[in-house]
Design a protein around this ligand. Structure first.
Ligand code: MLT
Length: 395
């Protein structure tokens, strides 16, 4: 018996687990303090009424012999897949029914999709980046090359013709930096991938935060992307499903490598290793894309956008440089007074009792930066900002 020794090459703890552990230790030592978490991007508003009512209906269906459901279809109930197709059509993207795969979330699919690719592929990830892209490839022992995202390029790296990659991760609006690619910028990535027969793994988990029409909501808004890109989407941030779990992945029929449609491989992988998302969850998810559902989630998104504005105002008042917060729920700021990322984490936790995420946890280029999320309650976001302003104005 041999273990997968690649696991020994992983950093000690998953970033958000380390942040949670440090926060818990601080709270245990200072039970009287009210700690505000603006760290992990976890939603705080309840599910939309349309979603709740659809879920109640689904529970009732399960209570009656005539409407009871056992195993669902491998890739999602027809009603949800059609609702997803409708949502794409409203973005000007036409997809076929079999190109949509419903899953329990973008994080799982980000890792699972690697099953259909050879170990030998070179993977390109931006730095800084959502740690799941790196960790899942380290687990598989793949070679990783980094595309530098820096303040100079607005944290939006563009393709470098001298670097070859087979699998390319892009996330826009970006986690952690909040920066978002325009359709023109994405076109350059699509061209780069097509020239090399590479595949882009495009994480669109935050697309519903985009309001600027020049920015992409889906990579398929760029011509040719259907021949080189897989898109990973989630109901987590769109509709508050972080605890409910539902997402979807698009594998276009036109995406063919070595004579094999990747859609066929992913379908085979999913039908073998995954038994679908619960009927209750999928019924709730389908309600997100009804007229009423979209209006209601629009209100939640507006609430989080207002929090982002509150944080942006606070940073402006302090003269702190940042990206994001406009078409994204994340604000990515330069740590004040030349502090390192973990140093600022400790400073904020201890002196303002506010928790954020250290930028260095997302990669070496994140050192000296810090991420705050707008997913908290309006009250706690305002209070956190008051404390941050008071602390940094004094300091
Ligand atoms: C984050 O805070 O980066 C996200 O919530 C993590 C995730 O979606 O898994």
């Amino acid at each position: 018996m041999k273990i997968n020794a690649n696991y020994l090459n992983l950093k000690d703890g998953y970033l958000f687990a380390t942040v949670a552990k440090k926060t818990k230790e601080y709270k245990a030592a200072h039970p009287e303090k009210e700690v505000i978490r603006l760290s992990i991007g976890d939603v705080t508003l309840p599910l939309a009424p349309a979603v709740i009512s659809a879920m109640h209906g689904a529970v009732d269906d399960l209570s009656k012999k005539e409407t009871f459901k056992g195993y669902g279809p491998d890739f999602g109930y027809e009603s949800l897949v059609n609702a997803i197709l409708g949502s794409y059509a409203r973005k000007g993207v036409s997809l076929a029914f079999n190109e949509v795969f419903v899953s329990d979330g973008a994080k799982s699919d980000c890792g699972n999709i690697l099953d259909i690719f050879d170990q030998d592929n070179v993977v390109m990830v931006p730095d800084p980046v959502y740690p799941v892209y790196v960790d899942t490839n380290v687990m598989a022992g793949r070679k990783i090359v980094y595309a530098d995202a820096t303040a100079e390029n607005g944290f939006l790296p563009m393709p470098d013709q001298n670097v070859n990659a087979d699998l390319i991760y892009l996330c826009s609006p970006n986690n952690p930096t909040g920066a978002a690619y325009s359709k023109d910028q994405l076109r350059a990535w699509v061209d780069y991938a097509l020239e090399r027969d590479a595949v882009i793994l495009y994480d669109a988990a935050y697309e519903f935060f985009v309001t600027d029409p020049s920015l992409a909501r889906s990579i398929y808004q760029v011509e040719g992307a259907e021949k080189c890109a897989i898109e990973l989407c989630s109901f987590s941030k769109t509709a508050g499903f972080t605890g409910v779990r539902c997402g979807y992945t698009i594998v276009p029929n036109a995406l063919v490598r070595q004579g094999t449609p990747l859609n066929k491989l992913w379908a085979r992988r999913q039908s073998t290793k995954f038994n679908g998302v619960s009927y209750i969850t999928q019924t709730g998810a389908a309600a997100v894309f009804t007229e009423e559902g979209e209006r209601q989630i629009g209100e939640s998104l507006a609430y989080y956008r207002k929090n982002a504005q509150t944080i942006a105002n606070c940073l402006d008042e302090l003269g702190i440089w940042y990206t994001g917060g406009k078409n994204s729920p994340y604000l990515w700021l330069r740590c004040p007074n030349g502090m390192g990322s973990w140093e600022f984490f400790d400073y904020l936790l201890e002196n303002a009792n506010v928790v954020g995420t250290p930028g260095s946890g997302f990669g070496k280029n994140g050192e000296g930066f810090f991420r705050l999320t707008s997913f908290g309650s309006a009250e706690s976001t305002e209070e956190a900002c008051r404390r941050i302003v008071a602390l940094l104005k004094k300091g």
